[in-house]
Design a protein around this ligand. Structure first.
Ligand code: NDP
Length: 248
């Protein structure tokens, strides 16, 4: 078989990215492919994934998988093992940010954020862990500035990202030295993330804030690609990436 991905530090390695149909996930797929990785793209919007897979070339898998559906993740892991030989990198990126005042009206959105952002990442990790353990792997968890600072109006979202940070630090200790754990904490990044906010004034304020200063998904993807291509003797455990103009 001709290997289109023979060049670069990721040559011979496989990266699985959840939430790869847009934003940071799609940009990360492009950045890792440029480093020589073969990538498996996971998300629910499979048409988007297939388009991206076509762009990235042979050796790229587009797999429909909702991270709240463990059976779908198990099937995805099975395909990655059979068709790509197993995952070396897992990027837990799938997420939703349904900001708004905490209360009963938001209860379904709060639950969904916990199920996707936190439990989804945990499930994808336990499912892919046996593959990551084969020969040393990388676990990259996309947290947020909201994993370090909590604000009025982001309670449930912040809970998911603070949870992710605590979980990641415990995993770092548990899995070293075989698996490196890296937490990425972006500030405002221009993606589709804010599109799904339902609270009208929160949506307007958030979109205004993002319009002023948000960085690009590629900015974050470059950092992720840098982190996973460091020599195995070192790990970038926690990376906070704010737009230069973002105050908090
Ligand atoms: P996008 O909305 O562009 O991307 C979110 C991705 O998550 C999509 O690919 C979406 O795919 C996927 N997704 C959502 N729900 C599920 C699900 N149930 N199962 C599988 N995939 C799902 O936003 P971003 O790129 O900005 O978000 C990526 C990550 O970055 C998130 O974890 C977010 O919290 C984090 N982040 C983003 C920041 C920002 O300012 N943009 C700042 C800090 C952190 P699909 O709908 O096709 O399933």
């Amino acid at each position: 078989m001709v290997d289109d991905h023979a060049a670069g530090p990721g040559a011979g390695q496989v990266a699985v990215i959840t939430g790869a149909s847009s934003g940071i996930g799609a940009a990360t797929a492009r950045a890792l492919t440029a480093q020589g990785y073969r990538v498996a793209l996971l998300a629910r919007r499979v048409d988007r994934l297939e388009q991206l897979a076509t762009e990235l070339g042979s050796g790229t898998l587009a797999i429909a998988a909702d991270v709240t559906d463990r059976d779908a993740l198990l099937a995805a892991a099975d395909r990655v093992q059979r068709e790509l030989g197993g995952a070396d990198v897992l990027v837990n990126n799938a997420g939703v940010m349904l900001l708004g005042p905490f209360g009963s009206e938001q209860r379904e959105e709060a639950r969904r954020m916990v199920e996707v952002n936190l439990l989804g990442a945990m499930t994808a990790t336990e499912v892919f862990l046996p593959q990551l353990r084969q020969g040393g792997g990388d676990l990259v968890n996309i947290s947020s500035v909201a994993g370090r600072t909590a604000r009025a109006g982001n309670a449930a979202y912040a809970a998911t990202k603070w949870g992710m940070n605590g979980w990641s630090e415990a995993l770092r200790q548990e899995l070293q030295p075989d698996i490196r754990v890296t937490v990425i904490e972006p500030g405002a990044v221009a993606t589709e993330l804010t599109d799904h906010i339902t609270d009208p004034s929160t949506k307007q304020n958030t979109e205004q804030f993002y319009a002023q200063l948000a960085i690009t998904a590629e900015d974050v993807a470059d950092v992720i690609a840098f982190a996973v291509t460091r020599p195995r003797r070192m790990t970038l455990n926690e990376i906070l990436i704010r737009p230069t103009a973002q105050p908090g």
